[in-house]
Design a binder for this molecule. Structure first.
Ligand code: ZN
Length: 172
C-alpha cells in the first residue's frame, strides 16, 4: 500500500500503546505487513524494473535519472502526507513521539524495498523477498492508479473504524 496509508495506520496502532515506544514502533512495522497482504493497487514507480515495468533496461542514463528523481519526489510527497495525517489524527501531547514511532515503523519496510530497487544493495535482498514476495498480496485488482489510491483510503477508514471499535469494546 502507499506510504500515506501505512503511516496513518501505523500511528493509529501505536496510539493504543502510548507508554511503550518500542512496542509502538514494532506494531507500526507489523501493521505494514498486515496491510500489504490486503489486495490493493499502488501507484507505479517509473525507475523500478520489476513486475510489468521492465523499460528501465532500454533507456539512457539521462532518462533514468529523470525517472528516479520523479519517483523520489513522489515517494517523499507520499511519506509527507502520511506523517501529516498521522500527526493530525494521532498526536498525543502527553506522549508526543508515539505517533511518529508508529508511522516510522510502518513506512520502513517500503523504504528498505525502495532502497533495494534503486540501489540494488545486496544485504537488502532477503528483506525485499520477504516483504514483497511473502507478505505482499499477489492479487491483481486491474483498476487504475487513482481508483486504487482512493480504494486504499477507503480501506484505511474501515480498518481504523474496526481498530477503534475493538479498542472501545475492550475498554467496556
Ligand atoms: Zn509494503
Amino acid at each position: 500500500m502507499i506510504l500515506s496509508v501505512h503511516a496513518t495506520f501505523g500511528a493509529a496502532v501505536a496510539s493504543l500503546v502510548p507508554t511503550h515506544p518500542g512496542l509502538a514502533f514494532c506494531l507500526g512495522f507489523v501493521s505494514h505487513l498486515a496491510l500489504d497482504a490486503i489486495p490493493h493497487q499502488d501507484y507505479d514507480l517509473l525507475s523500478v524494473s520489476s513486475g510489468e515495468n521492465r523499460t528501465m533496461q532500454n533507456i539512457d542514463s539521462q532518462e533514468k535519472k529523470k525517472r528516479r528523481l520523479r519517483d523520489v519526489r513522489l515517494v517523499s510527497f507520499d511519506a509527507l502526507i502520511g506523517f501529516t495525517l498521522a500527526s493530525i489524527f494521532f498526536f498525543n501531547p502527553v506522549y508526543p513521539w508515539i505517533f511518529f514511532l508508529g508511522a516510522l515503523g510502518a513506512v520502513l519496510p517500503d523504504f528498505f524495498t525502495f532502497l533495494f530497487l534503486i540501489l540494488r544493495y545486496k544485504p537488502l535482498v532477503i528483506f525485499y523477498n520477504w516483504h514483497s514476495n511473502f507478505f505482499h498480496s499477489k492479487i491483481d485488482l486491474k483498476i487504475g492508479q487513482l481508483t486504487g489510491i482512493i480504494l486504499q483510503f477507503c480501506t484505511l477508514v474501515i480498518l481504523l473504524a474496526v481498530l477503534f471499535e475493538v479498542k472501545y469494546l475492550a475498554l467496556i
